[in-house]
Design a protein around this ligand. Structure first.
Ligand code: ADP
Ligand code: MG
Length: 348
């Protein structure tokens, strides 16, 4: 939120397009044998021997998906990669390469793009990804970032959204709702800052939820864990839009119903306390908040002993026959039909 007035500002036009691309990408290392040719030619060249390949892409638009008044560019670069890797892991695949395309207005100096690329590079190193290309162009106003991720799947290891069967257990990694509550805190601080720019916010009570909003992680570790546990999910999806809509995607595509249990939904204590402070229902936040980037999957009952002791995994419900519908069983033991978005009547 606090702008450094002494920051150096190098005009992008000083470098030219090719100089800029070279400047931004020269430090990227190649991690994968499948990357034959990365940045620098007309196209990248990849070679996957007898593997199935997954491809996924996401476009992030300033003012729609991010607000640069509180999102540092380094974090934005990191998150732009992470949201795509999350989709690759949701296929039970290994992410290997990304392309990064940007459209920038002359409002942004070179130093801003260096920060963006520092975040992209950090994500690439941590998740073992090659940045193999992209495109660079100008925009009349804001910043746009489009990332495409590529991954590989071992024979028959892919997991789709459509394989859930009645009696399967519904499992989620990590905890839910934190990214949404982090956003609420950041939005509130932005309003306070507008009124008094000398106000230095004390955000100590919100470190976890703010980090979940600004610097999410993709659950590569869960894909590895499931392999180690010898559990192949029957269906899987990543939670980008909120538990409710993702469960409904799984159920719809698998032609099944479900019962989710409100008292099983994993919540961090900071989510609970911040929900109390904002007077928001924490279940509504977990169901509809979004941007958690956790994995939601179903497993057959016989795999339950393999996952039950794991602190990263929580069973939150069961798959039912399609005719049973999609429901939340509340703490008061009543059944409420799940809605894809918003859930206005929950407290009524
Ligand atoms: P073309 O004119 O054929 O689109 P470019 O000059 O845009 O080629 O790209 C040259 C090389 O730089 C290509 O390998 C391309 O993938 C890569 N590249 C371009 N922009 C970016 C970017 N923002 N990030 C990473 N690589 C990029
Ligand atoms: Mg180009």
């Amino acid at each position: 939120m606090i702008e450094d007035k002494n920051q150096q500002r190098t005009q992008l036009s000083d470098l030219g397009e090719f100089g800029l691309i070279e400047h931004l990408t020269k430090h990227f290392k190649v991690h994968h044998e499948s990357t034959i040719k990365g940045v620098g030619d007309d196209a990248a060249v990849l070679k996957f021997d007898n593997k199935k390949i997954v491809v996924t892409t996401d476009l992030l638009v300033e003012g729609v998906h991010f607000d640069l008044s509180y999102v540092p560019l380094k974090h934005l670069g990191y998150k732009a990669v992470i949201v795509n890797l999350s989709d690759v892991y949701a296929m039970n695949a290994t992410a290997t390469q990304v392309t990064v395309s940007i459209a920038v207005s002359n409002r942004f100096p070179l130093e801003a793009l260096e920060a963006l690329y520092a975040g992209i590079k950090t994500a690439a190193n941590i998740y073992n990804i090659d940045v193999i290309g992209g495109d660079t162009t100008s925009s009349s106003t804001g910043l746009l970032i489009s990332v495409t991720a590529i991954g590989e799947i071992e024979a028959n290891e892919e997991v789709y959204r459509n394989g859930a069967k009645p009696d399967d257990l519904i499992v989620v990694s990590g905890d839910l709702g934190a990214a949404y509550m982090g956003l609420q805190v950041l939005e509130r601080e932005k309003e306070v800052y507008k009124v008094n720019s000398n106000n230095q916010p004390n955000l100590e009570a919100y470190t976890y939820i703010i980090e979940r909003q600004l610097k999410p992680e993709a659950r590569k570790d869960i894909v590895t864990l499931l392999k180690e546990l010898n559990v192949k999910p029957t269906s899987m999806i990543d939670i980008s839009d909120g538990l409710s809509s993702e469960v409904m995607h799984l159920c719809h595509q698998s032609s099944v119903g479900c019962d989710l249990y409100e008292n099983k939904i994993p919540l961090d204590p900071q989510v609970i306390s911040t929900c109390e402070e904002f007077n928001i229902d924490s279940t509504t936040v977990a169901l509809n908040g979004g941007e958690d980037y956790e994995l939601l999957f179903t497993i057959s009952q016989e795999d339950y002993p393999k996952i039950k002791a794991n602190p990263n995994l929580t069973v939150i419900g069961y798959i039912q026959e399609k005719s049973a519908g999609t429901h939340l069983v509340t703490r008061a033991d009543t059944k409420i039909e799940l809605k894809a978005q918003g859930w206005k009547n929950f407290n009524a």
